[in-house]
Design a protein around this ligand. Structure first.
Ligand SMILES: NC(=O)c1ccc[n+]([C@@H]2O[C@H](COP(=O)([O-])OP(=O)(O)OC[C@H]3O[C@@H](n4cnc5c(N)ncnc54)[C@H](OP(=O)(O)O)[C@@H]3O)[C@@H](O)[C@H]2O)c1
Length: 351
């Protein structure tokens, strides 16, 4: 049985820890908390052991914590770092490298510059087989993961017939759980968004991908508006949709009016954390105009990266082939079942 520690128990860490508890091949050593707040008791009530930094132990006097993060790491085979962006780099230097242990980092980190946590940004659809013996790997952020899930199948089908991808990311302001985070009534423009460069690290630097981003006051997912330009005439929308019929983690929806409809359906169906864990092509918005396909898809910001982390840890810990890892991830996340439910609930209105 392999032991995994989840360092950070926020939007991402809490989800990863919860799904790992459903995996019979893994023992969750525990989770790392840094602030003495209700999150500690919430984690304990979910059956998790909570560990805190050695130098903050005294601050957690009123809580039933199990021990120090340092001791939990000593007792783990791999750590999933789910700290706020940039902290993962510090943790790598201070905690993981000295223990010579394997670590997975999240999308707020970097794979270039002097704060790089790794030289590989993971996307299971593209570079699962490139992991080799690497000990430190970064999972792409939600937007970066989402772009890969759409672009890679299109590239495989059409290759050099596609001359460019232009994507406008409409980013959510905060996550559902981040109740203390104020949502400002503005549309904020992002200068030099990192998402295109991040995606090109696994898609290839020469990929004709151009990304713009704005942030809007919602907690309900990201929306990507993508134009795919072809050398000659673009295919029909139905052909584009067919490409994704068997695609992992991509559902095609016709009748969702907005991103909240999708989140509400996940809530009604009792999906864990009200996540779908996938992205949703809003098929009613696809248009073929001359040489260009217009499409829109929403990206479950918190959920989409969780099965990706699960794929990645299998490659690192068990050295599994893609197919074996994929079927195990499927047994934990039930992605096919969720996709079928979503596609049938939001099916094309033929009446
Ligand atoms: N939220 C998303 O939609 C999303 C999607 C994809 C990727 N990501 C990436 O995932 C990472 C985590 O994001 P998040 O949204 O989960 O953040 P979050 O909700 O703010 O949670 C961060 C957690 O990290 C803990 N923490 C604080 N200092 C730490 C340290 N030095 N080492 C380890 N943990 C520490 C915090 O603990 P306390 O609460 O105890 O202070 C908190 O529980 C970021 O890299 C982010 O970019 C986020």
């Amino acid at each position: 049985m392999k032991k995994i520690f989840v360092n950070g128990y926020g939007s991402i860490g809490s989800r990863i820890a919860s799904f790992l508890m459903d995996d019979s091949e893994i023992t969750v050593t525990g989770v790392g908390k840094y602030s003495p707040d209700e999150g500690v008791n919430q984690a304990i009530s979910r059956g998790l052991d909570v560990y805190v930094p050695k130098d903050r132990l005294a601050k957690f006097a009123g809580y039933d914590v199990t021990g120090t993060i340092e001791s939990a790491l000593d007792d783990s085979d791999l750590v999933i770092d789910a700290s706020p962006g940039g902290m993962g780099f510090r943790n790598k230097q201070d905690l993981y490298v000295p223990r010579d242990m394997m670590a997975i980092y999240q999308g707020g980190e970097s794979i270039s510059g002097n704060m790089a946590v790794s030289d590989l940004l993971f996307n299971s659809r593209v570079n699962y087989d490139h992991i080799a013996e690497k000990k430190h790997i970064m999972q792409g952020s939600c937007n970066v993961t989402g772009m890969g899930r759409v672009i890679e199948p299109l590239r495989i089908k059409y290759g050099s017939r596609i001359s460019r991808f232009d994507v406008t990311l409409i980013r959510r302001w905060a996550d559902i759980e981040q109740k203390d985070k104020q949502i400002l009534d503005t549309i904020e423009m992002s200068e030099n968004p990192h998402h295109g460069d991040d995606a090109k690290t696994y898609l290839g630097g020469a990929t004709p991908l151009f990304v713009r981003a704005v942030k809007v006051p919602t907690r309900q997912m990201h929306l990507h508006i993508m134009d795919v330009r072809f050398e000659k005439k673009a295919p029909e929308p139905s052909e584009i949709h067919d490409i994704f019929s068997d695609e992992f983690g991509v559902a095609r929806l016709w009748t969702a009016k907005g991103t909240k409809d999708v989140r509400d359906y996940a809530y009604t169906m009792g999906f864990n954390f009200t996540d779908t864990n996938m992205l949703h092509i809003h098929a009613n918005m696809t248009a073929s105009i001359g040489d260009t396909i217009h499409m829109m898809y929403s990206d479950d910001q918190t959920g989409i990266v969780i099965p990706e982390n699960h794929m990645l840890l299998q490659a690192m810990l068990f050295k599994r082939s893609y197919d074996v890892a994929f079927s195990h991830t499927e047994s934990v996340f039930h992605m096919k079942e969720k996709k079928t439910k979503l596609e049938s609930h939001f099916a094309k209105n033929t009446g």
